[in-house]
Write a protein that binds this ligand. Sequence first.
Ligand code: SAM
Length: 213
Amino acid sequence: MFTTPAVAAYAAAHTSPPDDLLADLAEETHRLVGDRISMQIAPEQGTLLTMLVRLSGARSAVEVGTFTGYSSICIARGLPADGRLIACDVSEEWTAVARRYWQKAGLDDRIELRLGPAADTLRAMPAGESIDFAFIDADKPGYPVYYEEILPRLRPGGLIAVDNTLQHGDITDPAAGGNVPAMREFNDLVARDSRVTSVLLTVADGLTLIRKN
Ligand SMILES: C[S@@+](CC[C@H](N)C(=O)[O-])C[C@H]1O[C@@H](n2cnc3c(N)ncnc32)[C@H](O)[C@@H]1O
């Protein structure tokens, strides 16, 4: 998106590809939702999520925005066998697909689905610093709330990854509407937050990595 098609194709060809299970999930999601497949993370983000979770040694993870399960599978695959991912979403229909693929992937014992508004789910979680890794990829106006609920529960050195922070490149357009103003506010909030160190990567639609100091 932020590069030429030739360079993007080259980068994709030199990134470990999704396996058959993830490719099948992407295909089935496309059949189910058509153009809304764009809600699913890009394959290279999936590879990156698994790598980040594994490199960080995370055992306890939270996802806000599960959809049909692509990112949750990538996160759970980076966890050790006794690790745990809490997956938050409001859609029974979409997460029914996710549940099926968790089972196929042998990950259903590692992932717990919590259906309901993610703000409520996060607020109901214990107050201690128990989360090692979080991924935020749900309704964009909710991002500040998700961030502020997750950060105090994240262990120092823990990581939050946040999707769609560049809004198809519209983030720098002052006239852009939709989710852009909310995302700009969120990006500003993170950039001035002395509790964290962050980097906004131009991967896919923008992926911000936030490490708690
Ligand atoms: C962009 S999709 C997530 C894509 C997913 N990460 C993947 O890789 O396939 C956003 C998801 O957020 C969910 N969502 C929207 N508002 C929500 C809320 N208030 N609480 C929890 N989930 C919400 C939607 O149901 C949808 O499944």
